[in-house]
Design a protein around this ligand. Structure first.
Ligand code: HEC
Length: 93
């Protein structure tokens, strides 16, 4: 029984290490999927050029200040906004 618990703790530790080892690139990939699911209907699928380089903070500000984007309030977390920001910044020329 104790052995079993140790095994699960080991698996857990490896999983956490695996996540923290995620590269900026994979965050950008997650951000891209989020962008396509939650932003593309208004901002075009390839990210409108005026969004390129925007960060998570800009996105949270836009959600709070732009009437059309208020529908996203509570539908996107700060972490998700940061991921989308990383995606938008990865498009920088
Ligand atoms: C319901 C339509 C709609 C959705 C969905 C939407 N937006 Fe917007 N967004 C707008 C409008 C309208 C503006 C204001 C006009 C503009 O600047 O193009 C805007 C502006 C912005 C701005 C500010 C642009 C600037 O120049 O500072 C950012 C950043 C932004 N949106 C990011 C996002 C992101 C990221 C998502 C997805 C999480 C998203 N928007 C989803 C309609 C939308």
């Amino acid at each position: 029984m104790r052995r079993g618990i140790k095994f699960f703790m080991l698996v857990g530790a490896v999983t956490i290490l695996g996540y923290s080892g995620f590269s900026a690139q994979s965050y950008a990939a997650g951000g891209k999927a989020l962008y396509q699911a939650k932003c593309a209907m208004c901002h075009h699928s390839g990210a409108a050029s005026d969004l390129i380089g925007k960060g998570g903070k800009d996105i949270m500000t836009a959600i709070n200040e732009i009437p059309m984007m208020k529908m996203l309030k509570g539908k996107i977390t700060e972490n998700e906004a940061n991921d989308v920001g990383k995606y938008l910044q990865s498009l920088k020329k």
